[in-house]
Design a protein around this ligand. Sequence first.
Ligand SMILES: C[S@@+](CC[C@H](N)C(=O)[O-])C[C@H]1O[C@@H](n2cnc3c(N)ncnc32)[C@H](O)[C@@H]1O
Length: 252
Amino acid sequence: MNTKENIKAWSENAKTFGAEFFKNYKNEGDFWHKELLNQNILDGLGDIKGKKILDAGCGEGYFSRILAGKGSIVTGLEPSDMINSAIEYEKINELGIEYIKEDLCNFDHRKNYYDAFVAINVFMDIPDFEIALKACIESLKNNGILVFSILHPCFTPVRFNKSTNEYTKETDYDGKGLIEIEEYFKEVHVIQTNDVYNHRTLSTYLNKLISFSMTIEKIIEPQLDLEFEKEKPNKDCHIPTFIIIKAKKLLK
Ligand SMILES: C[S@@+](CC[C@H](N)C(=O)[O-])C[C@H]1O[C@@H](n2cnc3c(N)ncnc32)[C@H](O)[C@@H]1O
């Protein structure tokens, strides 16, 4: 699947998930956003009041709303029909968020503009990730900050299904209390509901940032509070599902 086809697949997801799904999503995203991602990403961004921030691949826009609620000047960029829910929320409860329906790979018209750039679980969804990352860095001012999360590639097992000839994500931790990694080095497309995500090695992400002269300032592997393991084993108490990377644009 190329970048365009994957965006189409995300528009299909918008239909599949539907308004009912997003009802629970409104203020904080899903369980993983709420417990593992949101606060860590906000901490990475630091003081955001009055700052221009781009929330790339904003989906239905819950994090754009969090940022706007904290006084940031927010642009939510989303190429798929997921953006329709975001625009609906903005009509009902106006927070002054600007929404742009666009592929991040084509976002080349606001250079040196943003103080910060956020991408929550987005770069792994973009086949042309290098083009998207370059566009995002170019849109940052000098000293601008990029904070992004991805599925932790070291600890997200993917399995090859011989009968379908496809890779899928292995999610059965509860049954085993451990994960089994079959293959890490191979960069593959992993089939999800309608879309695919791209499994890449961690060094692919980090080296690409370094090659674009970004300074890596912090890496967070969010851990779930042990409270959540009272009833059954929970992977996130022991093995991170996500990795969050904070990097700064420091031009010499
Ligand atoms: C896993 S969802 C995350 C959505 C949102 N950031 C969140 O955490 O709720 C990935 C998002 O990336 C978007 N996406 C896919 N390809 C993209 C591209 N080329 N440019 C920008 N966003 C893209 C998808 O449409 C989808 O909304």
